[in-house]
Design a binder for this molecule. Structure first.
Ligand code: G3P
Ligand code: MG
Length: 428
């Protein structure tokens, strides 16, 4: 893939257009043309960079090989808007259609397969989605009914991971319309509808009955705006009945349905000047309802995505494979941590050896991106930008101080490649 400077910028504009178009198609049943941001509302405060902090061991080691993990929402795009500094940042890291350094995209977004997201961003990118770790649940849950929640291509993604009995709240609503007195939500237009002649998974196949209770609820990404009521009501029915929603209480000796949330983000950044509710807000609402109904938090609830460790181990393995492919690391580095188990910290040890210049995690959300990179430990370096959720006040996040605070993705790459100063307030 050979790019002239100009054509790459054009290409990047086009590929990120793909991302928004795909998003738009599902969410609004029509294409949302991507619009390059004219004069970003924050243009005035471009030159920000933070005061220094106790340097992380890998910062300012220009001799070391750096690597990058870019967050997406609030760093590269805001809803349909591409953030111009993101294009420039990618141009700095890419030469002749190849990355100069290992780069992955680490998002708490989802609802599409990794390949589709990479396609949206462009075929030559490695992407880790918040629900990528759900693949590890397949061996155990492959043949048991699972209830999946989320926008975009969620049921298709679940099936592509290997889950064979995939139910949605739309299936439950269709089988028991009186379960939703205020009306059911329409399935997203992009979803493949079950053929009319196909057996109803609830009434005919008994998924969600005593014979085949719903073993797990998997929230792949934020539910569609118009299905929060439906999803909250039916997930609460499933939680308080151990997977048999028509039961008023769990069958004696039955085990609770597992709840897997792909990310804990209370807030995320789109075009709106103020951050918006994310999946974490939905999970909080469901848990509060369960507390009222059953007198306690959701049993067996597990959160994935940033700031949890799994995605960072996955990124380390992808970055090591890229480093080996780019000749920046010995070939065997590509196999480090390859047992696939998130707990396999083999990747961290190898990553610390190979990326002595640091793995720069560029993100906009202190509670997800900074907390995650800080807990992942060296060689991870947390880089906080001001183009998304984090808007100050102050030079750094008070709750999750970052190693480096800069204005945007471009300044982040410049800081990483040229050893820009780090913020002072990072607690050791
Ligand atoms: O729904 C996605 C949102 O929660 C955040 O995505 O890319 O900022 O991790 P991202
Ligand atoms: Mg973000």
């Amino acid at each position: 893939m050979v790019f002239e400077q100009g054509s790459r910028a054009l290409l990047l504009t086009r590929v990120i257009a793909g991302a928004a178009a795909a998003a738009g198609a599902n969410a609004a049943g029509g294409a949302w043309p991507l619009r390059p941001l004219a004069t970003p509302w924050w243009a005035g405060c471009r030159a920000y960079s933070s005061a220094s902090a106790p340097p992380s061991p890998v910062l300012h080691n220009p001799r070391g090989v750096p690597a990058f993990a870019f967050d997406i929402d609030g760093v590269l795009i805001r809803g349909r808007d591409v953030l111009p500094p993101a294009l420039q940042a990618m141009q700095l890291l890419c030469r002749g259609g190849r990355w100069r350094y290992p780069v992955v995209f680490l998002t708490n977004g989802g609802g599409v397969t990794e390949a589709r997201k990479a396609q949206e961003l462009s075929a030559w990118l490695d992407v880790v989605l918040s629900h990528t770790p759900f693949r590890a649940l397949v061996p155990r849950l492959r043949t048991r009914p699972v209830l999946v929640v989320g926008r975009r291509d969620t049921p298709a993604v679940a099936a592509s991971y290997g889950f064979q009995k995939v139910l949605t709240t739309h299936d439950l609503a269709a089988a028991h319309p009186d379960a939703l007195p205020f009306g059911a939500a329409a399935p997203p237009s992009g979803w493949k509808q079950r053929p009319a002649a196909a057996p109803c998974p609830v009434r005919d196949l008994g998924w969600g009955s005593d014979a085949a209770p719903i073993a797990a609820a998997l929230v792949f990404c934020d539910p569609a705006g118009d299905s929060w009521y439906q999803d909250l009501q039916l997930l609460a029915d499933v939680a308080t009945s151990h997977g048999v929603p028509m039961r008023s209480r769990p069958a004696p000796g039955s085990s609770p349905t597992e709840f897997h949330f792909s990310n804990p983000d209370l807030l995320w950044a789109n075009e709106h000047p103020r951050p918006r509710f994310g999946q974490g807000a939905f999970a909080a609402a469901l848990s509060a309802l369960h507390e009222r109904l059953a007198g306690g938090p959701l049993p067996a609830a597990k959160f994935y995505g940033k700031p949890n460790p799994e995605p960072y181990r996955l990124c380390e393995r992808l970055l090591l494979q890229q480093a080996a492919a780019l000749g920046l690391a010995p070939a065997e580095a590509a196999d480090a941590g390859s047992t696939g188990e998130a707990s396999d910290c083999g990747s961290s040890a190898a990553a610390a050896r190979v990326f002595s210049g640091g793995i720069y995690a560029v993100g906009d959300n202190p509670a997800a991106d900074v907390r995650g990179a800080n807990s992942a430990g060296p060689p991870w370096v947390s880089v906080l930008v001001r183009t998304g959720v984090f808007q100050g006040p102050g030079a750094n996040s008070a709750s999750d101080p970052a190693h480096v605070v800069v204005h945007d993705a471009l300044a982040a790459v410049q800081a990483a490649l040229h050893g820009a100063p780090a913020s002072k307030s990072r607690a050791a």
